[in-house]
Design a protein around this ligand. Structure first.
Ligand SMILES: [Zn+2]
Length: 98
């Protein structure tokens, strides 16, 4: 349901990647469905506008060193994983089924 992709942040001051106070303003439109008794059910909520007002590092207590990071920067180079498909030599004994 949440199609607003969440941003990631990094604090260059302390290296924090996980703890931030994020202040967000958003304008939403929703179908307010009242029962005869006056109970409200909010349906079809839609985010019309969303603005991140402030991101504060919990450890530093301020947001001066906080930078937004993109998904690309987050991705690991992926070199730790090596496939053994090519150049793998089978030794007779290891593949024997007893
Ligand atoms: Zn920090």
């Amino acid at each position: 349901m949440d199609h607003v992709s969440a941003s990631r942040y990094r604090c260059d001051g302390c290296g924090n990647l996980t703890r931030f106070d994020v202040t967000i303003s958003q304008q939403t439109k929703a179908f307010h469905h009242y029962s005869v008794g006056g109970d409200l059910v909010v349906e079809d909520e839609e985010v019309l506008a969303r603005n991140v007002d402030a991101v504060v590092c919990r450890w530093c207590g301020h947001g001066r060193s906080v930078v937004a990071i993109t998904g690309e920067e987050l991705e690991e180079p992926g070199e730790g994983f090596q496939e053994h498909g090519e150049g793998f030599q089978e030794h007779g004994e290891s593949s024997k089924v007893s």
